[in-house]
Design a protein around this ligand. Structure first.
Ligand SMILES: Nc1ncnc2c1ncn2[C@@H]1O[C@H](COP(=O)(O)OP(=O)(O)OP(=O)(O)O)[C@@H](O)[C@H]1O
Ligand SMILES: [K+]
Ligand SMILES: [Mg+2]
Length: 670
């Protein structure tokens, strides 16, 4: 695998020599032109007038320049290669298959999966592949998603709620589901993933463009200096040979970062992919590196999220039996995990209830807006369950009163970190359902880590303030917002952004979609709804909301690697002056030897040593560019001074040692 990767990258480095490709990287393009000119001079030394420098020197310079370009191309090709390999394995899981399309008249029609369009309904049974991306409209199945996520344990997918989305190419391993197709041919999640990792849509990020502009301007300045240099030297009465001027130019321009820049960007995206997160753009990965605030929801992110009914607590002077009756009616058709867990607990507690009063009633689906669910019965009675404050308001609007013990019982559940749901019929509250949830282990450490990176965490939850406070304290988040409706999340994000902060958010529900789109980094869960995945700029295939922490680390590492190697590259070039400038003048004026502080063997050896060092530093740094510089959570100021010390000072010192070493070897050969 690695061998093949390297082999392909070597081949690609030669293909990339095509000037039409090279011109996209101006710094390396100049090196390539330098190669062509010195090659010409090797064969026709007097092409641009008389020349005294020997052919052998011209040829050597030309070869070193060729290798400089090849090394840079190799770095980029190697970074691209990893994505290609992954794209190929994804392509293998994208096969044509037959789909069981459900016609409006209820008949099943066998069609080609490629002909399925948005809105089509298909039936998928045990052992069959799901023919396209979609949402389950009825049924429940365990699905093997290993083709996409690499995770072999099947996951449960079901209609209703936030776990209804399925991906084309995954396999149903048990039961049968009806799926409504949500993507047009060629626009599926798998198609998008393939084109992303293949890099077909890879565009330079704004940061990269900005850095490129700076580097290109720097290059232009050096070009002007080098081109005008002969005017001065001619005035002083000596001539500089063209190959020497080219060597000087290549040593001065930032070839190291110029050669590694695109590899750093591609490798950063690739590291995110290795973490099983699909980033829609390099820009998103970079934004992750600059995040100041992370918005997390409580249920399913900070807690396990399987909010299960664990206790029934009647309120006022209502009997358990009456409470159970209305609890059951409110949950009969509630397909959310919370709703189903209510019916299961009733069964477990052997509480009986009548279902015939529900006949002819209209089910009221749970909505994050109302924070209630329930049923309007045929006889005009209305039944609701939901967040206590919402139900209280609703009961009061019906002209009812609140049982005196309700608040105390609510607080008890909330203080334990549970979610209380009140159950009401018409103007009366019958009691509370205790939904239990637990904070995931290790959350405190994760939030501590974020804090040390200088990132603030805000928990936004639809739950009541007391539950929110309990969970927030237990998990160690910095701030929390309770009784939060979907639009409130957007407000929080907008507010932070108005303070100049970059905001990241994770989410999985359809109601998270607008906030995911508003955030600078929106990380959707693969298990989540199609709307959430569409709105986000990253998708976590493992559906682990806390992975945002790793994504932020990778983003920071990407920015740091780019910064560190830029510093190193420019510091390097400064050090090279000391080798090459005295040497150049010594060629004409031997007395200039006093400037030869590095005590290099001869002017020719000095120029060649600097050039060789300039070339081989690129492959030497490839592993660092690909892996990223090591990153420990600390404040940005501490990071900056640490990096300046290592890469700035190191960048000045390393060339002295390297060039001197190469010079010693060359002196022996010459
Ligand atoms: N099936 C349901 N029926 C009635 N009420 C519910 C149901 N599920 C949740 N609730 C209530 O609605 C509130 C909001 O739930 P929702 O899932 O929208 O929260 P959220 O905004 O996603 O934040 P979090 O996931 O952190 O709770 C819950 O705290 C709970 O009180
Ligand atoms: K250089
Ligand atoms: Mg939720």
């Amino acid at each position: 695998m690695e061998k093949e990767l390297i082999g392909n990258a070597i081949k690609a480095s030669f293909f990339k020599l095509d000037p039409r490709v090279m011109v996209k990287n101006p710094i390396m393009f100049i090196v390539e032109i330098g190669f062509a000119l010195t090659l010409l001079l090797a064969f026709i030394p007097s092409a641009f007038g008389s020349s005294e420098v020997n052919v052998w020197f011209n040829l050597t310079v030309s070869l070193i320049l060729l290798f400089t370009v090849l090394f840079a191309n190799f770095a980029e090709a190697l970074a691209e290669g990893r994505g290609m390999a992954q794209a190929n394995s994804l392509k293998n899981s994208k096969k044509e298959m037959t789909a069981n399309k459900l016609k409006p008249n209820g008949e099943i029609e066998k069609t080609d999966s490629a002909s399925l369009r948005k809105g089509d309904i298909v039936v998928v049974s045990q052992g069959e592949f799901i023919p396209g991306d979609g949402e389950i409209i009825s049924g429940l199945a365990s699905v093997d998603e290993s083709a996409i996520t690499g995770e072999s344990a099947p996951v449960i997918k079901e209609a209703g709620g936030d776990f209804n989305s399925v991906t084309g190419g995954t396999k149903v391993v048990s039961d049968q589901i009806k799926v409504r197709i949500t993507s047009e041919p060629g626009e599926s999640f798998l198609d998008k993933m393939i084109s992303l990792v293949e890099g077909a849509q890879r565009q330079k990020t704004p940061n990269e463009i900005a850095l490129n502009t700076v580097l290109t301007s720097l290059t232009l300045i050096f070009m002007i200096v080098v081109v005008t240099l002969p005017l001065f030297t001619n005035y002083l009465g000596f001539e500089l040979e063209i190959p020497v001027l080219i060597a000087l130019l290549v040593c001065l321009i930032p070839t190291t970062i110029g050669g590694l820049l695109s590899a750093i960007g591609i490798a950063g995206m690739d590291r995110v992919t290795q973490f099983n997160v699909i980033a829609m753009s390099g820009k998103a990965v970079e934004a992750a590196g600059d995040i100041n605030t992370i918005i997390l929801d409580k249920t399913g992110t900070i807690t396990f999220g399987n909010r299960m009914a664990s206790e029934f607590i009647p309120a006022g002077n209502h009997a358990m039996q009456d409470f159970a009756q209305w609890t059951a009616i409110s949950s009969l058709e509630d397909e959310t995990p919370e709703g189903r867990s209510v019916l299961e607990l009733l069964k477990k507690k052997q509480l009986s209830y009548q279902t015939d009063i529900a006949i002819g009633g209209t089910f009221i689906e749970f909505k994050a807006e109302t924070r209630m669910s329930g049923m309007d019965l045929a006889d005009g009675s209305v039944v609701r369950k939901g967040a206590v404050d919402a139900v209280k308001k609703w009961v009061i609007s019906q002209g009812g009163t609140i049982p005196s013990d309700l608040d105390k019982k609510t607080d008890e559940i909330s203080k334990a970190g549970g979610t209380p749901l009140a159950v009401a019929m018409n103007d009366q509250i019958f009691g509370l359902i205790y939904l239990k949830d637990t904070v995931k282990p290790g959350m405190k450490e994760r939030f501590d880590k974020l804090r040390s990176m200088g990132i603030k965490t805000v928990m936004c939850t639809g739950d009541n303030p007391l539950t929110a406070a309990t969970i927030a304290k237990e998990a160690g988040v910095d701030e929390f917002i309770a009784e939060c409706k979907p639009e409130d999340k957007i407000e929080v994000i907008k507010y932070e952004q108005s303070q100049g902060k970059l905001v990241a958010m994770t989410g999985d529900g359809t109601n998270d979609a607008p906030a995911l789109a508003q955030a600078d980094v929106g990380l959707a869960m693969n298990s989540g709804t199609a709307a959430a995945k569409e709105a986000a700029n990253m998708v976590d295939l493992d559906s682990n909301p806390t992975k945002i922490i790793e994504v932020v680390s990778i983003g920071k590492q990407l920015l740091m690697t780019r910064g560190a190697l830029t510093t190193f590259s420019i510091a390097n070039d400064i050090a090279k002056y000391f080798a090459i400038i005295p040497a150049m003048f010594m060629l004409a004026i031997p007395e200039m030897n006093v400037l030869n502080i590095m005590r290099l063997d001869s002017p020719i050896s000095a120029v060649l040593s600097a050039l060789i060092f300039n070339a081989i530093i690129i492959p030497v740094l490839i592993p660092l560019a690909m892996k990223g510089v090591s990153y420990k959570p600390m404040s940005s100021n501490a990071l900056l001074s640490r990096n300046l010390l290592i890469y700035g000072l190191g960048g000045v010192l390393v060339p002295f040692i390297g060039i001197k070493g190469i010079d010693v070897v060359l002196a022996m050969i010459l």
